[in-house]
Write a protein that binds this ligand. Sequence first.
Ligand code: DGY
Length: 343
Amino acid sequence: MQLRGWVFYTNALYKQSTKMTAKIIVTRKWPSVVEAELSRRYDVELNVDDVAFTDTQMRDALCSADAVLTTVTDDVGKHVFESFGGNTIRAKVIGNYGVGFSHIDIDSAIKNNIMVTNTPDVLSECTADIALTLMLMVARRAGEGERQLRSNGWEGWCPTHMIGTKVSGSTLGIVGFGRIGRETAKRARAFGMKIRVFNRSPVDPSVLSEFSAVQEGSLEQLMSSVDFLSLHCPGGSENTHLINSDNLAKMKSTAFIINTARGEIIDEEALFNALDRNQIAGAGLDVYQNEPRINSKYFVFDNVVLLPHLGSATASTREAMGFKVIQNLDQYFAGESPDNRVA
Ligand code: DGY
């Protein structure tokens, strides 16, 4: 239903009778319904094999298409823009499939007159659902329990078997109170959780009161006072290792950390140390530094739940993300400013 509504909406607004001549390159495989719509509208080169682009392929794409549609797994860093070997960049738009864009060097894009767009909003609910999933799984030892059962290790119910931590009524600290942070707070409120927030800019008091939330003055203050800490800020250089050994040491030894945002926000070595020393009770993670080659030290800890970057991975959301990219492209090629322009 959600998808049909979205398609109707985009078609009504941007229906084209003739195909646009703009050349578009898509760097990964997308949901087929979105690829079909994109191909109906533009001259499109799809990535049917779904193998991530090398730097050379990325440069070639930027030199041969009007728009390159990237995603989270692409590396469009500074180094990509540094060596075009005399070729001229043709791309005017990078339409990113995903809300996070820390894999794109925005300064280089701006220097090369390339507009960058992303896909906010449509994935907020599903990402918040995964944050709650991780919270419940790690606190109630769901991953551990399933592993025990599947390995025939369960000896039956007893009063002391696999005792976890109660989630309902506990205190949740949210780092970054944007769209996904708020969706997470909404769900947590249904579990009777108390909400505390750390956000770089002041959050409107009416928004805080909607969640009966308190905004803390510092990250350390937040980290020392909560039972769960859930990260919802952007990645990139400004937040790399925002969570580090100094502030992890401030957390309660009974508290859990949840990350559905970006891997680089947590200093992984500091997290391993904190887990080793039982400075915190556990972690629920959907994102990692150097995905998908995650550090094998994670596998040592039974009190860590590991998901493979599933935040937005539902059929309706992945399709809505694709249609959002199309909407941004249509707006750009119609001479308008795309709704989701980030640079
Ligand atoms: C994003 O959109 O940035 C997510 O990490 C992918 O769902």
